[in-house]
Write a protein that binds this ligand. Sequence first.
Ligand code: M6R
Length: 363
Amino acid sequence: EKGNYRHFMEKEIHDQPEGCQRTIAAYVDTLTDRTAVPGGLDFKAIERIQIVACGTSYIAGMMGKYLIEKLADLPVDVEIASEFRYREPALNAGSLAIAMSQSGETADTLAALRYCQAKGMKSAAIVNTVESTIAREVDVIWPIHCGPEIGVASTKAFTAQVSVLTALAVAAARARGRIDEAEEQRLVRVLLEAPRLIAESIQLEDAVRGIAVEVAKARDVLYLGRGPMYPLSLEGALKLKEISYIHAEGYAAGELKHGPIALVDEHTPIVILAPFDSYFEKSASNMSEVMARGGQVVFITDPDGERHAPAGARVVVTAPRCDPLIAPLVMSAPIQLLAYHVALQKGADVDQPRNLAKSVTVE
Ligand code: M6R
């Protein structure tokens, strides 16, 4: 039930520290601070990973690609299931298929999974519903433990999926000899910090509410990010579109000059996601380019990023400082809350957005 919250979405945003904590606990051993991924798969024997998914689950999969390739040097392909299933992709039986699906019932994701299995691939599923069709058909089930998600706009399932993928990335890195045991333990301890830091970033709700009043007046909104903040910018744009009906696009910030900069004017808010990481300088220069053209920037960063912000940066949301490993988790709440409060401003039905269903079981 909703308890004291107005909407399931609001409750589910606030449920995330607990949902991630329960999920992470199922993938690490807190006595040894090592990863403990259920299912007994040998990451050394896997040549490639093919993730198939739709919507927010696809975006979580993309985040998985960024995490796993960087940490474990294991190639990951991610594809929208509805494209994948019909275009006759070339696959290799030594790859592992991962179906990502909160519901475990999405028709295109199920069909894409079956396509991989028919090619002889081993399969796994990251699902919230272990009794679902997708979960029943795979070799290995990797559940998320965030509890049932009722709001049509996915929030806590996204951060729980990303939690699993982060643990998998660390486990694969260790299994493939990319990191030693001490580094594995350090990363596990970082991951275990995530729930507390997510709770802190949810505290930004008041700041975000103020910004939402302005964003609600826009017809179009751009989200920009680099590295793992690129998938998160796609997620921010998807959330806003779904529940506030404002047109939004997520872009890799480096693509700005290749087209979207033409959209920048004083009426189009530009949300820039940029913690103070190795990409920061580049993102900050994109921010200056946007401001020079009169764009209204909503800058979502961390304390060091705020200190190094280009002159003139006005609207700043400062998330807690964290290790880059968990920045995707910590930076999620501000974009979810922004979409939520913009939708409230517009009087939209947040839990039942028009034309959308929670589970898309037809293609
Ligand atoms: O149940 P699934 O994860 O397979 O659902 C996939 C998409 O339909 C879902 O993520 C959709 O995009 C959400 N409404 C996003 O908020």
